[in-house]
Design a protein around this ligand. Structure first.
Ligand SMILES: [Zn+2]
Length: 320
């Protein structure tokens, strides 16, 4: 009625978030893997308004043909048909059931979808993924399929990317990813991890920073800031996959580093901001995090989605 049009700046869109209910697989009650965190991360992300329109994007379960781009077809077949040899199942650490197989396929489909959404919007996150111990021959260390490696291979096969960079800041070394991309100059693997942590035998990444036990926020963030620009320069990536494992946290059950919640926030914002300021797409995956306190752990994992939202406000995500 006042005869003037108020033009309000539109709220910058939140980055898309990928989730599937099957991320939370069935495990025996007493199992030491904190499976319920995947349900809780989704609930907390919705409650905190970190999901655009309150709607997750739901991936399809990866077909064998995708998974076999990064893994031996015989192993893929074993998982799909729940016929994994006991020795490999033990190395993975999960009972190799239908539920676990579906979870691996959905998390993998989720990272593929996240990669595509990152290309379209600049930034996207998966509420699972980062199964970086799964190598070409088979899974290991709670990792069935290397979702990030499959996503890169699918996107390369589709011809939408040529080169990729994996920034892996989970506290454990990204041995599976390094194994899959060994000798492949089109994919640069960067892992920053606790040197004395699992896996005992590490597979060399293109750049490994093995850190001393107990390393705290300031030196950790300094090392990251020092190396990340060079890593991006060397990788010349068309996309960056970021494993934002929260197990470098001081209170993590399986970590050996001593980052604070604030340190994790600064870490995630730094990685996402650095990549986005160069105009490169970033696909964030959840990675590891271990605690018997599922609320604390899920809250810790939200750091990635919060950081993505924060950086999206600075460098708006593209609405295709
Ligand atoms: Zn880890």
């Amino acid at each position: 009625m006042a005869g003037m049009n108020l033009i309000l700046p539109a709220a910058p869109p939140l980055p898309p978030v990928v989730h599937h209910p099957a991320y939370c697989a069935e495990l025996p009650e007493e199992h030491r893997f904190p499976m319920n965190k995947f349900r809780r991360v989704a609930e907390l992300a919705l409650a905190e308004g970190l999901v655009p329109g309150g709607k997750f994007l739901k991936p399809r379960a990866a077909p064998a043909e995708w998974v076999a781009l990064a893994h031996d077809p015989a192993y893929v077949e074993q998982v799909f048909s729940t016929n994994v040899p006991p020795a490999i199942a033990r190395e993975i650490g999960f009972p190799m059931t239908q539920s676990i197989a579906l979870r691996g396929r959905c998390a993998t489909g989720g990272s593929v979808l996240t990669g595509y959404l990152a290309l379209e919007h600049g930034l996207a996150c998966n509420t699972a993924g980062g199964s970086h111990h799964a190598r070409k021959a088979h899974g290991a260390g709670f990792c069935v399929f290397n979702d990030v490696a499959v996503a890169i291979r699918v996107m390369q096969a589709d011809g939408v990317i040529r080169r990729a960079l994996v920034v892996d800041l989970d506290v454990h070394q990204g041995d599976g990813t390094a194994d899959i991309f060994a000798g492949d100059p089109s994919v640069f693997t960067f892992s920053m991890h606790a040197q004395k942590n699992y896996p005992v035998r590490k597979v060399p990444s293109d750049l490994d920073l093995g850190l001393e036990d107990g390393l705290m926020d300031a030196p950790y963030l300094d090392l990251l800031a020092e190396h990340l620009p060079q890593v991006i320069d060397r990788a010349e990536p068309d996309i960056v996959f970021y494993n934002a494992g929260v197990d470098p946290f001081a209170g993590d059950k399986l970590g050996r580093l001593a980052l604070s919640h604030e340190g994790l926030r600064l870490r995630d914002e730094h990685v996402i901001r650095t990549v986005r300021r160069l105009g490169l797409p970033l696909a964030g995956v959840l990675g590891g995090g271990y605690s018997t306190d599922i609320d604390e752990l899920a809250g810790r994992h939200l750091t990635l989605l919060r950081a993505a939202a924060t950086v999206a406000r600075e460098t708006p995500v593209l609405s295709a």
